[in-house]
Design a protein around this ligand. Structure first.
Ligand SMILES: [Zn+2]
Length: 205
């Protein structure tokens, strides 16, 4: 594998988790540089094989690291094609749900002696994954789970801090793995090292 296809481990994971065979629009949107700057893309390569390879490497990481990266980059919802009248048109992505479960379980350890329920920990994990303007205020969370506001705030802060640090570690490790495989690289590295043997780059440039 000579071609560096992705700018970062994060973008490689987003691609792998959203890849649908035959969906060129998804390929183009997620895998290619949006501004067309670097001239790289997935044209001519087997996207399915790329996605499979990324997920296989992901599966080699520790359970916690896998969960952190899946929670961040996999879709929470899948489209449901059943078209029954009772269907909302979407269903929970079991891979994402399992990742949230693992993180919520592990979060217990970092709260020390505090007896936060699994549901409270899961709410803190999900909150962390949202953008700031999408987050439920801590007051509302405290009311929902009938917990003291200050206690809820402590849980939210502690879990978010833990996830931020671990996520960074997981991404760094996975970035190294994908760089060694040549799947992630900077535009400079691609042009300097891989250009001569990289037909994909030449074709697109
Ligand atoms: Zn359905």
């Amino acid at each position: 594998m000579e071609a560096a296809l992705f700018e970062s481990a994060h973008s490689a994971l987003v691609f792998a988790h959203h890849y649908q065979p035959g969906e060129k629009t998804v390929l183009g949107r997620l895998a290619g540089p949006s501004g067309g700057g670097s001239g790289r893309g997935l044209g001519g390569l087997d996207g399915s094989a790329q996605a499979g390879m990324i997920l296989r490497e992901l599966g080699e990481l520790s359970e916690l690291y896998q969960a952190l990266l899946i929670a961040r980059t996999a879709p929470a919802w899948d489209i449901c094609p059943c078209s029954r009248p009772c269907c909302s048109g979407r269903k929970a992505n079991p891979v994402w749900v399992a990742a949230i479960g693992i993180l919520s379980r592990e979060a217990k350890l970092i709260l020390g002696g505090a007896h936060a329920s699994f549901a409270v920990r899961a709410a803190c994990v999900k909150r962390h994954l949202l953008r700031k303007n999408e987050r439920t205020p801590v007051d509302a969370m405290a009311a929902e789970y009938e917990i003291n506001r200050q206690t809820m705030g402590k849980y939210v802060t502690a879990i978010s801090k833990w996830l931020t640090n671990k996520e960074k570690d997981a991404l760094t490790q996975f970035d190294t793995v994908l760089r060694e495989l040549g799947m992630v690289g900077s535009a400079d590295a691609v042009s300097q090292q891989n250009m001569p043997s990289n037909a994909l780059f030449r074709a697109a440039a």
